[in-house]
Design a protein around this ligand. Structure first.
Ligand SMILES: [Zn+2]
Length: 247
């Protein structure tokens, strides 16, 4: 079984049973880099780097990011940098995961509840209509700004398999349905990522999810291309680390 097949089968098992039921997972540490927003140039580069190491990447994209009326978010999510669903379908067909990261990247926790629910539904419907092979029952909804409320989390879980939001105090005790992540920015995060991973590797184990964005000059808290390449080269040699860099 090559690594791609291994990761793919692990992913499918994970979706069906959660990590407790994973017969193929024998390692103690699971690590995911979860790339947000949909930066076209960066995401193709990230895909190439992952493929170079026999791995699949995890991408989370804004459903309306390619619309002509999409509005810039803060200083980092610029409409001209974002890809469209032709790009996302190409990356998905190459074996990478592409998941919903909201309709317009509004802070959903700050919207009136019914409006926030409508925005979530609009996003998920757009994914169903435009991303080939997308299924709600296998999807992870990634909250923008990792900002959610208990009501919104319940709503999302009534629609899709899992969600990703802000970190909880239960370090590394993620489950497949309520994934919590750490994130850092707005400047380059190479050193921060390195520290997070080194601390995690010294721990008893679990699942570390780092929310990342673009590469080099793109996005809030970017990684450098050189560092990502070096990091993956190092990680795939670590025996106790599950090479489950998907969700
Ligand atoms: Zn985002």
């Amino acid at each position: 079984m090559n690594r791609r097949t291994f990761i793919k089968s692990t992913s499918i098992s994970g979706i069906s049973f959660g990590f407790g039921g994973l017969s193929t997972v024998t390692k103690s540490h699971i690590l995911t880099l979860s790339f947000d927003d949909g930066f076209k140039k960066s995401f193709y580069k990230i895909a190439d780097i992952y493929e170079g190491h026999g791995l699949s990447a995890c991408f989370n994209v804004i459903a309306s990011g390619h619309f002509s009326d999409f509005k810039q978010v803060d200083d980092w999510i610029l409409p001209e940098l974002l890809g469209d669903f032709d790009d996302w379908n190409k990356l998905k067909s190459r074996g990478h995961e592409v998941m919903p990261h909201s309709w317009q990247h509004l802070n959903l926790a700050k919207q009136p509840l019914e409006k926030a629910k409508d925005l979530i539904t609009t996003c998920l419907t757009y994914f169903e209509d435009n991303l080939v092979g997308y299924k709600h029952e296998e999807a992870v909804f990634n909250f923008p700004f990792n900002s959610s409320t208990p009501e919104l989390e319940s709503y999302v879980l009534s629609k899709v398999m899992a969600l990703r939001s802000r970190e909880t105090p239960h370090e590394y005790k993620n489950n497949i349905f309520r994934q919590s992540c750490k994130t850092n920015g707005p400047k380059n995060i190479d050193d921060w990522v390195d520290r997070q991973i080194n601390t995690f590797l010294k721990s008893d184990g679990g699942w570390l999810i780092l929310n990342t964005h673009g590469l080099d000059d793109e996005g809030w808290g970017p990684l450098s291309t050189t560092y990502l390449n070096k990091l993956l080269k190092r990680l795939i040699k670590i025996d106790k680390l599950e090479r489950y860099l998907l969700h």
